[in-house]
Write a protein that binds this ligand. Structure first.
Ligand code: SR1
Ligand code: MG
Length: 394
């Protein structure tokens, strides 16, 4: 039976992934295809299939029934493939320049076939190699403004908004975030992973009651505020880029949550470069500023021109929302800085620093800055004050 008609899940191999590409008529007959599994993320298989004659390719992504980063002992719903494909379609309709095109989905096999982005590089890897991607922050600011406005109560009709909230109930993936970002790094949890040289700093963090209060407040916002459809895992490993293009991938953590969460994850993942990339600090500060300025400017334009809620057309209410997004983003960025330093899922920006004392010093800075952003987010009223705080660590 054709794989595409199967009624039970099976993990793909390079051979069966190629069969799918052929069955979907994505390539001309009799052409020679090559296929390689290239997934290096924490959760999924990713097959890159290329027509050897003309170099044209597709990506076949398949969810595994467990978290690859840990192994089969951590089962994980296959429904996340549908969440991801549905989110790609919605984000693609709102921000087509910044999202890969989806060609085909299969819920039984938990498969999404999509645009080949192999001419681009994962932004985090590019940064570590020395790339700077001059347009990345302009593009991310626009992506954030469009996706966060057009999925909000101000960009959707009330009924469609509620249908989408329901469609993107994503309990298992949200639980991962609840645990790995908002809970485990703040006590002696088994999932934590940090170097012995950080123990005293980490133990001090576990005893910081003020910090834990604020993390609880942020976690409550994540649990309860269905403001916008979030990507939900918007770090620089979820962004493909080159000097002219930017594409946001992997929204399997998508759900309705607080807008500041996506913005905060972008802030934090750019901050890693600000803190570790001494030669390019100014450039990455500039990226941070551009993300926020473009987001603010374009969100404001959409608010004033596309708003579905007549009563909301007030500059005071717009500024109330923007200030809330900014404050939340700082807090969520702080949580991301901390969890990527001592939690289960690390970032290469820090871990690839070879010299131990330099690496530990960088990690102490991300922990301290994370704590300050969480605790002082209400006092850091604007972008200038945010960068002033960051500069205290350079
Ligand atoms: C078990 S998943 C670990 C992390 O990888 C994903 O990309 C998310 O960031 C998650 O927290
Ligand atoms: Mg991912």
């Amino acid at each position: 039976m054709s794989l595409l008609k199967q009624t039970t899940y099976q993990p793909l191999t390079e051979t069966t992934a190629t069969e799918i590409a052929l069955a979907l008529n994505l390539f001309s007959d009799n052409t020679k295809l090559s296929c390689k599994e290239i997934g290096d993320g924490n959760l999924n298989l990713v097959f890159h299939i290329v027509d050897e004659k003309n170099g044209k390719g597709v990506i076949i992504k398949q969810a595994l029934p467990y978290a690859k980063v840990v192994g089969e002992s951590w089962p994980l719903t296959l429904k996340r493939a549908k969440i991801e494909a549905d989110a790609l379609k919605i984000f693609g309709s709102i921000a087509p320049n910044y999202v890969p095109e989806v060609y085909y989905t299969n819920d039984v096999l938990a498969v999404t076939v999509m645009e080949d982005l192999s001419h681009l590089l994962i932004a985090r890897k590019g940064f570590i190699k020395g790339e700077t991607y001059p347009l990345l922050s302009q593009h991310l600011g626009e992506y954030l403004a469009r996706t966060l406005f057009f999925t909000s109560d101000y960009g959707l009709s009330p009924s469609v908004k509620k249908e989408q909230v329901q469609q993107f109930i994503n309990p298992e993936l949200c639980k991962i975030t609840e645990d790995l970002i908002f809970t485990d790094p703040f006590f002696d949890a088994e999932t934590n992973d940090f170097e012995a040289g950080l123990r005293s700093t980490v133990e001090a963090l576990w005893k910081d009651e003020e910090l834990k209060f604020h993390v609880n407040v942020l976690k409550k916002s994540f649990l309860t505020e269905a403001e916008v459809l979030l990507h939900g895992d918007l770090h620089t490993g979820s962004v493909f880029a080159n000097d002219s293009e930017t594409k946001v991938i992997d929204p399997e953590f998508a759900f309705y949550g607080p807008a500041g969460f996506d913005i905060g994850q972008i802030f934090a993942n750019l901050l890693f470069q600000v803190l570790v990339n001494e030669q390019k600090q100014a450039l990455f500060i500039n990226h941070l500023e551009t993300v926020w300025n473009v987001f603010e400017e374009q969100f404001t334009r959409l608010w004033n021109t596309e708003n579905k809620e007549h009563l909301a057309l007030s500059s005071v209410f717009l500024h109330y929302n923007l200030a809330k997004f900014f404050e939340d983003a700082l807090g969520f960025a702080g949580c991301e800085l901390i969890r990527r330093t001592i939690g289960l899922a690390h970032v290469a920006d820090l871990d690839s620093i070879n010299e131990e004392q330099t690496r530990l010093a960088a990690k102490r800075k991300t922990l301290e800055l994370g704590g300050i952003l969480i605790k002082q987010r209400k006092e850091i009223k604007n972008f200038g004050a945010f960068i002033g705080t960051v500069k205290g660590f350079l």
